[in-house]
Design a protein around this ligand. Structure first.
Ligand code: KIV
Length: 286
């Protein structure tokens, strides 16, 4: 099957596409086709989200909050992440045109040393992940370089980093004001230089996220609560299906409303990301 080159906003259905890989993600970023990422924690949802056209699945450590009922992601273990990564990978095993699979390194599994990060990343890669995600900037740069040099693709994560919620004083917007924005920019450029090929930007001002997206040519930004100017978007699956233990963040849209079912809701999310109608910038007044 020939590689598809659908124009922006007209992504092919997964049955017509090749499995998503790093060159394809780079190509999407270069052509301006938005990348639709969604979290998944089990095999069935992974297969359904894939059939709905999601480009990247993230086994997020949000699993701790949405599946385990934990108060934050701090309590999530590497074993939990391994278990859910393996489940999601099984859901993608026999599908055509599989999404790119990213798994979160949980709190405490990469902070000690680069060697600890490599050992933890190896567990997730052997469970079926194709890329690992880790939170923070500055000290993480050399860890990212160490992993990338050893053949492990890395997604970085800046802005609101939920694993450090206690240090940040809550789930607050980050990168506000000139000094904070300059620091975030410096960290993002260093992470790109270290080889990170995706960068999640969570709860940062839309103008800052858009400016970083323009500047980072070799790294695709994936926004969550960061406006529509990023190269892609990510949401927590349960949030966009309207399923919450607590109040949903205000940037979330419930795609189940008016949809014909879960696959249709996820397909609507993918369409809205691709055509730029999600997110709604009015909901990002920070
Ligand atoms: O764990 C997660 O779901 C995440 C996303 C919110 C980006 O990190």
């Amino acid at each position: 099957m020939a590689e598809t080159t659908a124009p922006y906003g007209a992504a092919p259905p997964p049955s017509a596409r090749k499995s998503v890989n790093l060159p394809r993600l780079a190509d999407m970023r270069a052509r301006g086709e938005k990348i639709a990422m969604l979290t998944a924690y089990d095999a069935t949802f992974a297969a359904v989200a894939n059939a709905a056209g999601v480009d990247c699945l993230l086994v997020g450590d949000s699993v701790g909050m949405v599946c385990q009922g934990l108060p934050s992601t701090v309590g999530v273990s590497l074993e939990t992440m391994r278990h859910h990564t393996e489940s999601v990978a099984r859901g993608l095993q026999r599908v055509q045109g599989a999404a790119w699979l990213v798994a979160d390194l949980p709190f405490g599994s990469y902070q000690q040393s680069r060697e600890q990060a490599l050992a933890s990343a190896t567990v997730l890669m052997q469970a079926g992940a194709q890329m690992v995600k880790l939170e923070g900037g500055g000290w993480t740069t050399e860890t990212v370089r160490f992993l990338v040099e050893r053949g492990i693709p890395v997604c970085a994560h800046l802005g609101l980093t939920p694993q450090t919620v206690h240090a940040l004083g809550g789930y607050r917007v980050q990168g506000k004001g000139d000094a904070a924005a300059a620091l975030l920019r410096e960290q993002a450029l260093a992470l790109q230089d270290a080889g990170a090929t995706l960068l999640v930007l969570e709860m940062v001002p839309a103008a800052l996220a858009a400016a970083l997206t323009r500047e980072l040519a070799g790294c695709a930004t994936i926004g969550i609560g960061a406006g529509r100017g990023t190269a892609g978007q990510v949401l927590v699956l349960h949030d966009m299906l309207g399923m919450h233990l607590a109040k949903a963040p205000r940037f979330v849209r419930n795609f189940m409303e008016g949809s014909g079912g879960i696959q249709a809701a996820i397909a609507a999310y993918v369409r809205a990301v691709k055509d730029g109608s999600f997110p709604d910038d009015a909901l990002h007044a920070w």
